[in-house]
Design a protein around this ligand. Structure first.
Ligand SMILES: [Zn+2]
Length: 393
């Protein structure tokens, strides 16, 4: 969650670093020789690591200001959340006699370069980012970490995100703007504090746009709360909306229409039923779990539902849309084995429309005096008492 809160855009540093960074950013630097840095980058990519000395060379080739004697780049990088490790060259398996070097993983080095660029240095993370993106995008890779997320978003965010550096000193004054200047890279650097007391540096890149104002909206159709004006929240809502509308506002399902033609018991789902029916059951079991805030999902994939002690039903309307589902389980109740109505879920717009009532007699004749697993909703309670079934709970 750290990334969403912070997104590597706010850092707390010792005042010393703020002063030194401010001093560096005011100076001009020489143009970089990217032919040299490209060779260094490719070599490190092959190894997967940058040795500290090589990484320092890379930085200085890109921006000579990072060679400033008052700036301890390694210590600063640790404060920015970068991990350094000790590595050694494989010495025929004899690690005891190995010589250890401080090094940084290629991915962490890339993140650090991105951060130095955001701070306003003349840094070119592109060569490293281009080597890593195909690996991060690899289809077999399902999870990515925070650094990889930043690398993946690099081109979309480059020169657009502001960054704040502030001191950990406690202050009892309202910081005022101390100075503001545009540096060689066309980044605007603004410092805040009170006379000699520097508190915050904010760096606004060349393509910086103030973030749009956002507001929270509850979707009346799918019930999701999302942040209007925030592209990633909007994207997540659209994705989840589509998923939820599948069962909240179901449309006739061609496979179910086929099933109605071919199978008298078209609503029944047993361990022999096709996978799509199990998936439709699973979708309703998830809806039930979500609505009642249960911890466990009460339906499994077809592979796991391999016994005849569980039977499901996909409630289908005249048009062939699946409007709900229920699940019966044959299980031990005190000293006896009985059929139990484990769960039932009907989409809100079809509730109280006789879905369960029209099937009740059939369920009674097939499963006998079955029990009902609590907790039981108010509407279910009302339904049961109408059927004269109050003592089944
Ligand atoms: Zn929605």
């Amino acid at each position: 969650m750290k990334l969403q809160e912070n997104n590597f855009r706010e850092f707390v540093l010792d005042k010393h670093y703020l002063l030194v960074l401010l001093e560096c950013l005011k100076k001009d630097t020489f143009p970089s020789d990217l032919r040299v840095t490209d060779i260094m980058v490719k070599r490190a990519f092959r190894m997967g690591w940058f040795l500290k000395t090589d990484f320092e060379d890379l930085l200085y080739y890109m921006d000579s200001r990072l060679d400033y004697y008052r700036l301890d780049v390694m210590d600063l990088s640790i404060k920015l959340g970068i991990n350094w490790e000790n590595v050694c060259f494989k010495n025929n398996g004899n690690a005891r006699e190995a010589i250890w070097f401080e090094a940084i993983k290629f991915e962490q080095a890339t993140l650090l370069l991105i951060l130095f660029e955001r701070i306003g240095f003349q840094i070119y993370p592109e060569a490293l980012v281009d080597l890593l993106i195909p690996q991060i995008k690899d289809k077999t890779k399902q999870l990515i970490n925070e650094s990889e997320a930043v690398i993946l978003m690099f081109y979309r965010e480059q020169h657009k995100l502001s960054i704040s550096l502030c001191t950990n000193d406690k202050i009892d004054f309202e910081p005022q703007m101390l100075q503001s200047f545009i540096n060689q890279k066309n980044y605007k650097i603004v410092s805040y504090g009170l006379s000699e007391n520097l508190k915050i540096i904010k760096i606004f890149p060349s393509k910086f746009r103030r973030p749009r104002t956002t507001s929270f909206v509850d979707c009346v159709d799918c019930g999701i709360r999302w942040e209007k004006g925030n592209p990633s929240s909007s994207y997540n809502h659209r994705k989840e909306h589509k998923k939820r509308m599948w069962y909240l506002n179901p449309k006739p399902l061609p496979k179910m229409l086929e099933e109605i033609e071919q199978n008298l018991e078209f609503e029944l789902v047993t361990h022999n039923s096709p996978v799509w029916k199990h998936n439709e059951m699973l979708i309703r079991a998830r809806a039930f779990k979500q609505e009642l805030h249960f911890d466990f999902l009460q339906w499994h994939s077809r592979k796991k539902n391999c016994n005849s002690d569980v039977e499901g039903y996909l409630f289908t309307n005249q048009q062939g849309s699946i409007v709900g589902a229920c699940c019966f389980r044959f299980k031990k109740v005190i000293n006896d084995f009985k059929w139990v109505l484990d769960w039932i879920w009907v989409c809100p717009q079809e509730r109280r429309s006789g879905i369960l009532k029209s099937r009740w007699d059939k369920f009674k004749s097939k499963y006998g005096e079955f029990l009902i697993t609590p907790p039981i909703s108010e509407s279910m309670r009302a339904f049961l008492s109408k059927q004269g079934e109050g003592d089944q709970i």
